[in-house]
Design a protein around this ligand. Sequence first.
Ligand code: UGA
Length: 446
Amino acid sequence: MRISVIGCGYLGAVHAACMAELGHDVVGLDVDETKVALLAQGRPSFHEPGFPELLARHVGTRRLRFTTDPTEIRDAEIHFIGVGTPQLQGRLGADMTYVRQAVATIVEHAAPPAEGRPVLVAGKSTVPVGTAEEIAEALASSGKNLMLAWNPEFLREGYAVADTLHPDRLVYGLPEDLERGAVAKEILDECYARPLATGTPLVVANYPTAELVKVAANSFLATKISFINAMAELCDATGGDVTRLAEAIGYDDRIGSKFLQAGIGFGGGCLPKDIRAFMARAGELGVDEALTFLREVDAINLRRRDHAVTLAEEAVGGRLAGRKVAVLGITFKPDTDDLRDSPALDIAGRLWSRGAELAVVDPAAGDLLRRRQPELNVHDSIEDAIRDAHVVMVLTQWKEFVELDPAALVALPATPNVVDGRNVLDPRRWSNAGWRYFGMGRGVSV
Ligand code: UGA
């Protein structure tokens, strides 16, 4: 099929490359010339495992092109909308500017065949419920034969390629009209023929359900993380160990063991802003009480950052001013260079504003951070960062930090204190090697 993807950020660029991998002819459109120039040369504009290989395989063939020229989307049979919906400045709601611009671009440039089946517009961006209905109306009044489906995306950064090629489910939000719904489904089925053939579950629903599925899923994940972080607070107050607690409750299939890792909390471009936008939308709809619990989820999450700073203070015996803190990991999670709403970056900023001297190491975002916040003092080597530090903080669980040998490092810092912000180090091993270990909800420090 001929496909266009509007928006070549994280979601759009990976989606475009994966659609080429599924055998389609794809054009990715973005207004950002720098980003498009990189992608058009087959160079990734962000760190994502497996993505460079897809670009290398398909850019340069007819399969995958990236452009800033909207006329190039003309012949597509499906236009995917994959633009960002960031949090509004100073408010909880989502900024829909880019979605509106994408719809306007499609309406202006799409050229449906004079006769024959309609051209499908498939929304992938995370939007406030009710947006699809508005877009469907705009498409209907365009006078062009354009039809909308809502097809939310569930990919995780770090696994984006695998999640797109082998999704754990597909969701189609279709027009209520049965005949039109069947046509939209037929077009999407053709697009996703390969994952569907390998048994990917498909859920067909109306527009609001499909929009809600996405925010409901992210809200549930955020709630699960904040639940275990609330248990971490209880563990710290009682001498319990939240990692054992999570293991034990996770054996119950109804609870499940995933997303029960307590620590400095969730961040990134999705979970935090999605729960806030969801609360804002519920308020507009007059059902804000239904989501009051998400306020608590957000508050518990932000408290984790305060707690990490408190642990650092405790480790250095009070004031952080003039003390050296080695920060291992600055991205919001491993296997990405994404710094959006990163708890690690926020904590580092707070330590710095309290007068601490920082030494940050990150396997993917070091250069980016050096350009953006040189005051945080980025190092290339873990040893250099740790040397003479008063406390070492593991804030992102990159493999290279999880696998550190505490005995080999213990002579480097001024005082061997380690704050395990992700509960990924073995407390006994670190304390036996001579470190004072501080966990997040693992009872008293060892
Ligand atoms: C999230 C969802 O997991 C995806 O399904 C969704 O498609 C995506 O948002 C989106 O809306 O686009 P992502 O933002 O890549 O994906 O990150 P997650 O893997 O969900 O992690 C989010 C945050 O939670 C990270 O900061 C991570 O460190 C933290 N986390 C995760 C925990 O603190 N504990 C856990 O047990 C799991």
